[in-house]
Write a protein that binds this ligand. Structure first.
Ligand SMILES: C[S@@+](CC[C@H](N)C(=O)[O-])C[C@H]1O[C@@H](n2cnc3c(N)ncnc32)[C@H](O)[C@@H]1O
Length: 276
């Protein structure tokens, strides 16, 4: 019998956010793949199983941290990274051929900015099962306690990361009322904040949720495009990879009641008065 790759979305902060189905899959796995922090959080479910950290050999390169590499070193690192990724893919394929259940534990939602999909895409669809997980986005939404949409006249929610944005995109998006959510944005504030300041009103609300879902360390910091850098000064530190950025009027609150109380909006949501 052939095995399977089962990708489990672990949620933002450990087993209390993982679905029962996900926890059961981890408990019954023959082989587990996940990075070291998740190995610690899920130790009770993983115990006794072979575990592979897919990032172990790629977290540094030539004795340097990845964010210290020069551009030419980054080109070399890319080649090395592809080789290592292919090695992990080959291990997964071999385990499946041997009839093993390989569980890849991913943080949050396994289909939102993750690496497990790279491995899944190398396999036949019938060899892969995805078990959904709660994204850090869901946990951060709960921390804010506000509706991303319907929210005032918000037309869409844009989920992205600063490295995918260009000046043209920011300029175009600024034409519409929207909620923007940015992953992996904390280490490039100096690049994307001035770009947004150029095209959005400076009073546009900005919020950052750190360590969403972690009851002991979750924190929300709010400001505007004009002052968020000051609000964040000295507060990022080691939380560079645990912050989610929100931009949009919904942060002002009472957004969802707007959809109820504003007659024009109410009629539009029921199919009247569309102008497109
Ligand atoms: C590679 S992405 C993984 C996202 C993950 N798949 C999810 O659905 O949450 C990592 C980014 O997610 C965000 N993130 C992950 N965990 C977080 C948390 N607990 N609180 C806030 N942001 C978090 C940060 O922006 C971080 O840079």
């Amino acid at each position: 019998m052939r095995g399977k790759l089962i990708v489990v979305g672990a949620g933002p902060a450990g087993p209390e956010h993982t679905t029962l189905k996900g926890l059961e899959a981890i408990s019954k796995a023959d082989y587990v793949i996940c990075w070291s922090d998740l190995q610690t959080l899920f130790a009770d479910y993983i115990k006794g199983k072979p575990v592979l950290d897919p990032f172990k050999e790629t977290s540094t390169f030539k004795g340097k941290k990845i964010n210290e590499l020069t551009e030419s070193e980054m080109v070399e690192y890319h080649k090395y990274y592809l080789e290592k990724t292919n090695e992990v893919a080959a291990i997964i394929q071999e385990q499946i051929r041997l009839g093993k259940k390989v569980v890849f534990i991913e943080t949050g939602d396994p289909c939102l900015f993750t690496v497990a999909t790279w491995y899944a895409e190398k396999l036949a669809p019938e060899d892969v099962e995805m078990i959904p997980g709660m994204s850090s986005l869901s946990a951060a939404n709960a921390a804010l306690g506000k509706s991303l949409i319907h929210a005032y006249d918000t037309r869409f929610v844009l989920i992205t990361t600063p490295n995918l944005l260009s000046e043209d995109i920011v300029k175009d998006v600024a034409k519409y009322e929207s909620t923007i959510v940015m992953f992996m944005a904390m280490d490039s504030l100096d690049r994307w904040i001035p770009l947004f300041q150029k095209y959005f009103p400076l009073k546009t609300p900005v919020g950052v949720v750190f360590s969403a879902g972690h009851s002991d360390k979750e924190e929300v910091i709010e400001g505007t495009l004009a002052d968020i850098v000051n609000q964040l000064r000295g507060k990022i530190g080691k939380r560079q990879h645990a912050g989610l950025v929100y931009i949009g009027k919904f942060l002002k609150g009472k957004a969802s009641r707007f959809a109820l109380e504003d007659r024009k909006y109410f009629l539009r949501m029921h199919g009247f008065g569309w102008d497109y």
